[in-house]
Design a protein around this ligand. Sequence first.
Ligand code: PEP
Length: 254
Amino acid sequence: MRKKIIAGNWKMNKTLEEGMGLVSEISNMLKDEYTGSASVVIIPPFVHINAVSKLIAENSRLASGAQNCSNHKSGAYTGEISTEMIKSCGATFVIIGHSERRQYFNETNDWLAKKVDAVLESGLTPIYCCGETLEEREANSHFGILEKQISEGLFHLSAEQFKNLVIAYEPVWAIGTGKTASTAQAQEIHAFIRGLIAAKYDAGLANSITIQYGGSVKADNAVELFSAPDIDGALVGGAALQSRSFVDIVKAMA
Ligand code: PEP
């Protein structure tokens, strides 16, 4: 049975005080209202990770993560954050290759492959993001783009390493736009990604990998998205900034 994971990416939002309030609310609401099977990952800005991790330590359903990391272990890289630093603050997940990193910080698949290595070396779990732009989908080149993102970013890994990652399919045209991929569109891509993994490694490995969907997930579309056989959770942006909307998404996962 694949792990079901709902992750909330706060991006560059929330002061420390606001963030602590949000995490307390989420933690309490989950305790009171949710008996399902999903794990929940809170992914705040770097500077809040330590405090968030301490706050959620009592709630075994909750984990924390980082939104990015350096591909270097340590050294003269002003402003960068290493995977060991992230780990020492209590986080266990790291988002790699979010479309905003690819778009605004020119992160390429080859560059991201190094970050994936750094995350795995530290014993953390990468959430590797992939997804096509609207132009790519309209030009019907999205399958090729996804194949490139997956193969260049991940296919240097051994099967043993590959077991320890999560993939998030996030069509760029659906992120923060209010336009969600239809369940059929998302399921088609999730099955395609699983097929790529099966062809490179084997079907058993492909079937064990958690593949999240991301892109304007809300409580009212989550139930349908989560009913698709290859959708194993969500990477949530906007709706993760409020406890009620985020917990309602979690509750959509049985
Ligand atoms: C995201 O940032 O990964 C995301 C999916 O954002 P939103 O849910 O706001 O579309």
